[in-house]
Design a protein around this ligand. Structure first.
Ligand SMILES: C[S@@+](CC[C@H](N)C(=O)[O-])C[C@H]1O[C@@H](n2cnc3c(N)ncnc32)[C@H](O)[C@@H]1O
Length: 283
């Protein structure tokens, strides 16, 4: 292997889309040389070491085999924070930022009258929703649950990295069973597994590499949402808000679930792509 392969020649010879090649190369530069992303331009004549070239080629092959960029570089930006991610957790999606925004709007409204707003994030994964909320709303207390111990290890690490461990408490278990006391919440947020088990998307793209229990309910896609909606009344304060993310074609059944459970002020929210993505409602 030649030692005088330059950054520029490695990038231009890559079979990856240029944006992906740059992301992976800046990860190599950061890890091997503690260089910032701007070095891709300012140091493009730099010759990489044998080890750095080996790492680059390995990352490149894994990406060409379909592995998600976020797992390869071990991180993903979400809302205003950066999260560590690994194959034990779902890679946070931009559309889930809508759920965070709905939660923050409600927190802002309640904080005009109440101090110490209590928020619950069910199925926290990497901690994305819980930590984005705690980061943006410095006076709230957040409870975050997941049934996956692997996810909770990653989520707790993220809370530590962001200095949010004193305001976000993580517990393990099946939805509300993970809660250790009966204190009601002002806001319940959840992005549960909502892909139907027969959906062909499960065998495509990044989803092939993500934990199956984070993606599907192993049924028609609605059973986790149903459990969460049905349990919410018992865990919300009067007028408390629940907001649940769902698939682009699931808003009608989710609205029906909310109505049947007895919620009021039911609203459908659209993501930036214009898809119905979240249903919110009040107790
Ligand atoms: C779609 S992922 C969402 C992760 C994270 N909230 C996000 O938006 O990036 C769903 C999460 O729900 C968790 N989960 C699945 N079934 C559960 C259950 N019965 N009780 C608690 N958590 C569950 C999974 O482990 C996974 O972390």
């Amino acid at each position: 292997m030649s030692r005088d392969l330059t950054l520029r020649s490695l990038l231009s010879g890559s079979a990856l889309p240029p944006s992906e090649a740059r992301l992976l190369m800046s990860h190599v530069l950061e890890q091997r040389y503690q260089l910032p992303r701007s070095a891709l331009l300012s140091r493009d004549e730099m010759a990489l070491s044998r080890e750095a070239i080996f790492q680059w080629q390995e990352l490149q092959s894994k990406r060409l085999a379909g592995e998600p960029i976020a797992y390869l570089i071990g991180k993903r930006g979400f809302h205003n924070i950066e999260l560590e991610v690994a194959p034990g957790v779902l890679i946070p999606r931009p559309e889930t930022e809508l759920l965070v925004e709905i939660g923050l709007r409600e927190i802002q409204r309640i904080e005009q009258e109440v101090v110490g707003v209590q928020v619950l994030d069910l199925g926290t994964g990497s901690g994305a929703i819980a930590l984005a909320i705690a980061h943006a709303a410095p006076n709230v207390m957040v409870r975050a649950t997941d049934q996956s111990s692997e996810a909770l290890v990653i989520a707790k690490g993220n809370a530590q990295n962001l200095g949010l461990q004193s305001r976000v408490q993580f517990t393990q278990g099946n939805w509300y069973e993970a809660l250790i006391d009966k204190t009601p919440f002002d806001v319940i947020l959840s992005n549960p597994p909502y892909i139907a088990s027969q959906d062909p998307h499960l065998g495509q793209g990044d989803l092939r590499f993500e934990p199956i229990s984070a993606l599907t309910d192993h049924g028609n896609g609605l059973s986790c949402i149903e459990d969460i909606v049905q349990g919410a009344l018992a865990h919300l304060k009067p007028m408390g808000l629940i907001a649940v993310e769902h698939g682009f074609d699931q808003s009608d059944p989710v609205v029906s679930l909310m109505k049947t459970a007895g919620f009021c002020d039911i609203q459908i929210h659209q993501d930036l792509a214009g898809h119905n993505r979240v249903v919110s409602a009040r107790k």
